[in-house]
Design a protein around this ligand. Structure first.
Ligand code: ADP
Length: 557
């Protein structure tokens, strides 16, 4: 979380950059200062050695004047270059912290004996006659010191005391070393303590550090303040505004955001966006309100229409019920006189003189038409009852052999009379059914009656009973070799009052109610009825009655 902070990232990056730059600068500075200090020390040492060499040279040249008095008497004063050099060194040492020493490998005075550093330098000078100086850092008595050593080469002025022949005594009473011109006579060694230099360097570095810290502190503070004021704080205001907008409040005010440049522009754009969103939202709400109102209105209209429709529906249902009740009553009322007309006609026919052919024919016609009318009325009565919901099945255990037998008794004489071959056939053992035997009888009789009716003389009609074990359905098929039904009419014939062809129906008589009723009755038993037929070849009507169907029970009326 903290690491994600913009301030932190900027400050971290700046710190890293500053520390990196300053470290490089510091290191470079340190070495540069050290180099300069060495250079300075070296120059100082060079001046001192030159001075000493000059003094020694001067003393060497003035030996005669020093050791001879005005009368020409020689007296060695002890002021040879070595003695003067040593004396100068001692004085220098007492005044300053600098050490000046003359040294060589074979010393006359043990005080001049070389230390380890000087010994190394002397070896180097001996090995390399062109080498002019040796310098560097060393530790002496636990102190850091700068060492500077130059070679002393044998010149003219040295030879009287140190030249040939070796072993002979010089003016100072020492045996001569036998040096040759240009050879290494010894060295002048300067030692400068480095304390001041080190403390200078240290204070310089400290100043440097101080500067870095101050710079870092000021830079970080500036970044913090600037970022906070110019970026972080306006951004957090923007964030808050965005959150408000997210939660649905579009009335945000960003006009007084303290920002400049791009962030100010961003804030203003944000403000604009909020305003536009707010307008859009307002419009939308208004539109939704209008639409809702329209919808409510439409809904009310729809409701009114629905109520009207329900009312009309109710009236229609009532009218329908009235019609059905009227039909049922009328049919019932018609049945009684019609039955008695038929009965009296039969009685008259029985008692009639067999010779009176015309009267007999007329009475026969009355009887047939009466029976047709009774059939029509019966069908009408049943359909009206079904429609009024007052038709009830009287369920019993039915044996199809009985039902088909009773149908056969009605149909066989009709078929025989018309010269049609009529048969019934049981394909399987048929299980008992839970059904209304009278209704099943009517269905099969209707189908068989139609088959005989629509089959010309010499044709065949068959009732075939089968059982489909898979679907547990009893199948009753009534087929004939009659006039058949066109494909397009095969569905329509199950509707009420539909007869395929008017001329046919007139020829064959009928009402167009038989199949409609058969269909209703079969479906009340949970079954179905289908037709398959070809014109001029014959028809097959199949009724399926499921053994285990849940039977629909009509209501008693
Ligand atoms: P209908 O009293 O006219 O026979 P149905 O409802 O029993 O009334 O039959 C409707 C029509 O279906 C008949 O008029 C006839 O056109 C046709 N039809 C029914 N059965 C047969 C059949 N076995 N062969 C040919 N046409 C038939």
């Amino acid at each position: 979380m903290f690491k994600q902070n913009l301030n932190y990232r900027f400050m971290f990056a700046t710190t890293v950059a500053i520390v990196l730059i300053m470290t490089v600068n510091f290191t470079w500075d340190y070495y540069e200062q050290k180099r300069q200090s060495y250079q300075e020390l070296r120059e100082k040492a060079q001046v001192i050695t030159k001075q000493l060499l000059a003094t020694r040279e001067f003393i060497a040249q003035k030996q005669d004047r020093i050791n001879f008095d005005s009368q020409g008497h020689f007296e060695f004063k002890g002021l040879n270059p070595a003695a003067v050099g040593r004396g100068l060194g001692d004085i220098f040492a007492s005044w300053t912290e600098y050490g000046i020493k003359q040294t060589r490998l074979e010393v006359r005075n043990p005080k001049n004996a070389p230390d380890e550093y000087e010994k190394q330098a002397l070896y180097k000078f001996q090995a390399d006659p062109a080498l002019q100086e040796v310098w560097g850092e060393d530790t002496l008595n636990g102190r850091k010191v700068f060492r500077y050593i130059v070679p002393l080469r044998v010149n003219e002025s040295c030879l009287p005391c140190h030249g040939e022949p070796a072993g002979s005594t010089d003016i100072a009473g020492y045996p001569k070393e036998g040096y040759k011109y240009g050879g290494l006579a010894g060295a002048i060694s300067i030692t400068v303590p480095m304390d001041i230099f080190i403390s200078n360097l240290r204070s310089d570095m400290l100043r440097h550090f101080g500067f870095i810290f101050v710079l870092l502190g000021v830079t970080l503070a500036a970044i913090y303040v600037l970022l906070n004021r110019l970026v972080a704080s306006p951004l957090s205001q923007l964030k808050k505004a965005a959150a408000e907008m997210g939660s649905g409040n579009l009335n945000v005010d960003l006009t007084n955001v303290k920002a400049v440049g791009e962030i100010k522009e961003l804030a203003m754009q944000f403000q604009d966006m909020a305003l536009q969103l707010s307008n859009l939202y307002g419009n939308m709400e208004q539109q939704v309100e209008t639409r809702t109102r329209e919808l409510q209105l439409a809904n009310e209209v729809l409701k009114a229409k629905q109520q009207e429709l329900e009312k009309a529906n109710l009236q229609l249902a009532q009218a329908n019920e009235h019609k059905s009740r009227f039909l049922a009553t009328m049919s019932h009322e018609l049945r009684t006189p019609l039955t008695s007309i038929i009965a009296f006609t039969e009685l008259l026919l029985e008692n009639m003189d067999p010779e009176d052919g015309l009267s007999r024919q007329n009475l026969q016609e009355i009887k047939v038409n009466g029976e047709n009318l009774l059939n029509l009325i019966n069908n009408l009565l049943d359909l009206a009852k079904i429609e009024a919901g007052r038709y009830q099945l009287n369920l019993e255990t039915v044996d199809m052999v009985d039902v088909i037998g009773s149908v056969e008794r009605v149909i066989a004489p009709l078929a025989m009379k018309k010269g049609i071959d009529f048969k019934t056939r049981f394909m399987e053992e048929i299980p008992l059914l839970k059904a209304d035997p009278e209704k099943i009888h009517r269905v099969v009789e209707n189908l068989a009656g139609n088959a005989v009716k629509f089959t010309p003389q010499g044709g065949k009609v068959e009732i075939k009973v089968d059982f489909d074990r898979e679907t547990q359905t009893v199948l009753v098929e009534v087929n004939d070799t009659g006039i058949g039904i066109k494909e397009e009419d095969q569905e329509r014939i199950f509707e009420r009052f539909v007869q395929v062809d008017n001329s046919n129906s007139r020829r064959y008589r009928g009402t167009g109610l038989g199949l409609a009723l058969a269909k209703e009755l079969v479906e009340m038993h949970g079954g179905w009825i289908r037709v398959s037929s070809r014109p001029e070849e014959g028809s097959a009507f199949t009724v399926g009655l499921p053994v285990a169907a849940s039977l629909e029970e009509g209501k008693d009326g």
